[in-house]
Ligand binder design. Sequence first.
Ligand code: AMP
Ligand code: ZN
Length: 467
Amino acid sequence: MLKLYNTLTRKKEEFIPIDKEKKKVKIYTCGPTVYNYAHIGNLRAYIFMDTLRKVLEYNGYTVEQVMNITDVGHMTSDADEGEDKMEKSAKALNKSVYEIAKMYTDAFMKDIKALNIKLPEHVVKATEHIKDMEEYVDEILKNGYAYKTSKGIYFDTSKLSSYGELSRIDLKNQLAGARVEVDKEKKNPLDFAIWIKAPKEHIMKWDSKYGLCYPGWHLECSALSRKYLGETFDIHTGGVDHIPIHHENEIAQSKGATGKIPARFWCHVEFLLIDNGKMSKSLGNIYTLEDLQKQGISPLTYRFFSYSSHYRNKLNFTWEAIRSAENSLNKLRDQIDLHKFEKNNPIEKEVLDDYRKKFLDAINEDLNMPVAISIIFDIAKQKEKSNDYYELVKEFDKVLSLDLDKTSKMRENKLEEIPKEVIELMNERKQARDNKDYSLSDILRDKIKEKGYIVIDSKDGQKIKKV
Ligand code: AMP
Ligand code: ZN
């Protein structure tokens, strides 16, 4: 039984999809705003969405997933204030907004690939769905959940008795004037823009029945999720920062247009911290995957590192911790490699099934990846080497996506240094020992010595050293 924590109910619940007959799961994931390179904090959110989908697939579900690409409408403050992030970045780099969007979307896709993240079935750009969004606004207006001001169209939060149900904070007591200038035309301080009249200097704008406008950021997720997944679907994912504004407003919009909360499960991933603090430009600690690679840390090490904490806990990044993760992953791969070639040592089915059960229990307990990883370590370090263990780890790696079947670079280099004929002699010797032909084994040991290498028989098999 798969259990997931649902932010909406604040409970771990058994996951049963809407379409339980066909075992089909529909997921919507809030995607990147492509105004800059994704940092490793952002990437934690996408590793989470991918792990979730692979856990579902491991449980036999077919997944249909949508992820948006925000290339318009996300203001420097999530609550509609400030400049459009895309336009600000375009101005700074003296490029067009579309060039910026392409550049950062391409970079994002590269990161996704390097992290072994499976691309959602639908990756959809906001700017290619302006008409869908306009229609969504029409519906909200027609149903009486929005009103016009001189600045555009605003969602009327007072029409919903339950506005704020996801974050459960007393939104009514949060005065709008506390942080941002009060807009006197707004009926309620928490009302938010869904369709915004573009000022003259605004670059991204579209002709609509309400004039030259651009969409509010929250709108795209409501319109796109409905278009590709229907009015209600199974799971909505995003970072915890989305809970109080973005997802709250998505729920409001959906209620305004369809009367329904769009997703049954709302799953949120906690923040990545750097040296126990926030990532910020002023501290110069916003790292990308490329920054890690420059320090010799592979992208999959970052994925491995992300499993060291449960997704609902904060994860603290330090260079020391990531370097130790790099070593640990290499060692793990080396240990798994030793199982690979031991083809004549079958392991009892009960032993393998016991591991399978433990692994499934861990991932189904709201994605308890730290426990799942400890099971892999346990298998890898088994004294008795067997290809069955290697195959078992490969099976679990369908979820983990760490390329655990790959020989580590360290080991590859070591293996490369050994001449081919010596490796062949070692293989022959292993065969001889398996057949208990120890005199042949000794002859082969001498031959290896003539080539300048000494064989040591250890519990992990033959080891070799230069004379
Ligand atoms: P953005 O591109 O700014 O819309 O953010 C993309 C995703 O990254 C969202 O799901 C955010 O919630 C998430 N996110 C942003 N900062 C962090 C962080 N430090 N740790 C984890 N997730 C983050
Ligand atoms: Zn969203």
